[in-house]
Ligand binder design. Structure first.
Ligand code: PLP
Length: 463
């Protein structure tokens, strides 16, 4: 690397700072073994207030937080207490919403390829069902009962979705939603079956780091809403802009301004819906990433350094804890905090180039490739940024890896364990249906002691 490149890489490293200090991390890791996801409660609340404020011009506005982004009950309850609804995509997410006290029309059920049991539970809880396909309407009736009075349909305009700065995504290649023709037909059909209030929904691009996405989508959906109401006589009660508002994972990206986004949607509303006399249309959103992404991080520890053709830092987290880099090649910033009891490295100059890797038997299990970082020593704590949404929730168990704990950091520096780490018994319990499986569970018991935790590990966080 040239001197200039090295300086730029070092500046990029320093440009993004974690929300947690090394001192606070040290206190937590004394009791919760790494790796774990850590969330910043005060920042989550502040950000949700900003979202609600940005859309306060619309009296019916509601954010239906996308449960798939982070289904932790403590976080969901915090958002629900602020007036948020929940966007659920499966029966289990519906159960989580119910248990959080969120029911009825505060649940948006935006699912696809939906099993009968999921529709039945959505109906039972009184959720707003967002039909992904026209064939789901008779299927719903058949398996879940009469069509509810409030319903929604998901739109897919096909083709490419473009904004001024280029192609954002390819809806024509996406499995979601109905064509325009089907949407009109679905509205007529649903109306004939007793539906009285309708929503339209679309999700056209993911992680849009621009203030233009929601306003552009709003224009498309508002124009469609006017035509749908005029031509079918159905009352369009809400327009659901879904998720897709992005966050600056990379240090050189500028964060979206939610107030500019809200104002852009308002302009579209005033130019399209107000002249059509549709002044009672509520705006709904289903943000996950924007609501939570930056306010979570994955705390991990360097456990090995390997030098072959490249220099690798092996950490105790892996793609099972955070799948995005392996799955999408996604960038997540990393800050080296230093080892507990050692110097605070969080401001140290970035001088070394590493691949930061987990231990899965998959070569894509890399949190960073050719990343310029300060020199990493064994036992250093590393903070992997922006894991608050689609982080822990995408976890899986490949290689018998157990899913990590979640910790909530409060404004006063205190913290609370809000999910313990999985134990071997959590992982193995489903094989207990056979004698062979029970032998394996018994072996796990022998190796772990009787507490359900590996010997020697403190309560509430062992792996
Ligand atoms: C239907 C639906 N709504 C909302 C979201 C949340 O999206 P984001 O986290 O990008 O805001 C998703 C994400 O996959 C989704 O599929």
């Amino acid at each position: 690397m040239s001197g200039q490149d090295a300086a730029a890489a070092s500046a990029a490293y320093a440009a993004k700072r974690p929300f947690v200090t090394k001192d606070t991390l040290e206190r937590i890791v004394e009791q919760v073994p790494t790796p774990f996801h850590l969330y910043d409660e005060a920042a989550i609340v502040r950000n949700m207030r900003a979202i609600q404020d940005a859309f306060s011009w619309n009296p019916g506005f509601r954010e239906y937080f996308a449960v798939k982004a982070n289904p932790n009950p403590v976080i969901l309850k915090t958002l629900a207490d602020m007036g948020c609804g929940l966007d659920c995509s499966s029966a289990v997410e519906l159960m989580i919403a119910d248990g959080t006290g969120v029911r009825g029309e505060r649940i948006m059920f935006s699912s696809n390829d939906t099993p009968a049991a999921d529709f039945r539970l959505a109906r039972e809880l009184g959720a707003i069902v967002n039909f992904d396909d026209i064939t789901h309407i008779p299927f719903f009736e058949q398996v879940a009962g009469p069509i509810p009075k409030v319903v929604s349909c998901r739109f897919n305009p096909g083709g490419l979705f473009r904004l001024a700065n280029g192609i954002m995504d390819n809806p024509g290649d996406s499995k979601y939603g109905m064509t325009e023709e089907q949407l009109f037909e679905a509205f007529r059909l649903l109306k004939a079956k007793g539906a009285e209030h309708f929503g339209i929904h679309a999700f056209l691009a993911s992680n849009t780091v621009t203030n233009e996405y929601y306003p552009a989508l709003a224009r498309i959906l508002f124009e469609l809403a006017v035509r749908l109401q005029r031509e079918t006589g159905a009352h369009v009660a809400f327009v659901n802009l879904s998720g897709g508002v992005g966050i600056p994972y990379r240090p050189d990206q500028e964060a979206n301004d939610i107030h500019a986004i809200g104002a852009g949607v308002r302009r579209a509303y005033e130019e399209i819906l107000v002249p059509a006399g549709m002044t009672d249309v509520a705006i709904a959103t289903e943000m996950g990433r924007f609501a939570l992404g930056p306010f979570g991080c994955l705390v991990t520890r360097a456990i090995h350094e390997k030098r072959i053709y490249k220099d690798y830092i092996g950490v105790d987290a892996c793609a099972a804890d955070l799948m995005r880099p392996a799955m999408y090649g996604a960038y997540h910033h990393i800050t080296v905090m230093g080892r507990p009891g050692g110097p605070d490295k969080s401001d140290a100059p970035a001088t070394h180039v590493y691949d930061v890797v987990g231990g899965l038997c998959e070569n894509n299990d890399k949190f960073a490739t050719d990343r310029v970082l300060p020199e990493v020593e064994m036992e250093d704590l590393l903070v992997i940024h922006d894991t608050g949404a689609h982080g822990h929730s995408m976890g899986y168990n490949y290689n018998g890896r157990l899913r990590s704990a979640e910790v909530l950091l409060r404004e006063d520096g205190s913290w609370r364990l809000i999910r313990r780490a999985e134990t071997p018994l959590d992982y193995l319990t489903t094989v207990g249906v056979t004698p062979e499986g029970r032998d394996v569970i018994e072996a796990a018991h022998r190796h772990m002691g009787r507490t359900g935790q590996p010997d020697g590990a403190p309560d509430g966080g062992a792996r």
